[in-house]
Design a protein around this ligand. Structure first.
Ligand code: IDP
Ligand code: MG
Length: 139
């Protein structure tokens, strides 16, 4: 069993709707330890760089607009099997397809505004965590 880290963002829609506390509670009771966390807002450049892998997708402009419109909560989380277990906890990209009890099922309204981000691999978790936090901000 390997303890590892993932990276998450509580996206602008979740923050706007006042869901920070409820989502952090789900994360905490699911066994994730908070390694780093802050309220921050991405610039257009930040969002274009963070989501560069999607730059050819038709929804890229909408995604950048959404992710920059207000503050997010960025966090690094630690748990055994963190990346995969966190993806299970958040549910499918489209909340309509997300399993009952998942964060997206509970708190998201649409495939575009889906409340929360979760890294898709250990390598991307490290890259995304380092995008938002310096080493001295991780505990
Ligand atoms: P993920 O967040 O579940 O990993 P990705 O395919 O990596 O999903 O997409 C990144 C983000 O882009 C999604 O979380 C969502 O906010 C947005 N997105 C994905 N697919 C669509 C779409 O078909 N229309 C609009 N926005 C989308
Ligand atoms: Mg993804």
């Amino acid at each position: 069993m390997v303890t590892n880290r993932t990276f998450t963002m509580l996206k602008p829609d979740a923050v706007e709707k006042g869901h920070i506390g409820a989502i952090l509670e789900k994360i905490s009771v699911s066994g994730f330890r908070i390694v780093a966390m802050k309220l921050t807002q991405m610039t257009k450049n930040d969002a274009e760089a963070f989501y560069a892998v999607h730059k050819e997708r038709p929804f890229f402009g909408e995604l950048v607009e959404y992710m920059t419109r207000g503050p997010i909560v960025a966090a690094v989380l630690e748990k055994e099997n963190a990346v995969e277990d966190f993806r299970t906890l958040i549910g499918a990209t489209n909340p309509a397809d997300a399993a009952e009890g998942t964060i997206r099922k509970l708190f998201a309204n649409s495939i575009s505004e889906n409340a929360v981000h979760g890294s898709d691999s250990n390598d991307n978790a490290a890259i995304e965590g380092a995008f938002h936090f310096s080493g001295r901000e991780m505990f």
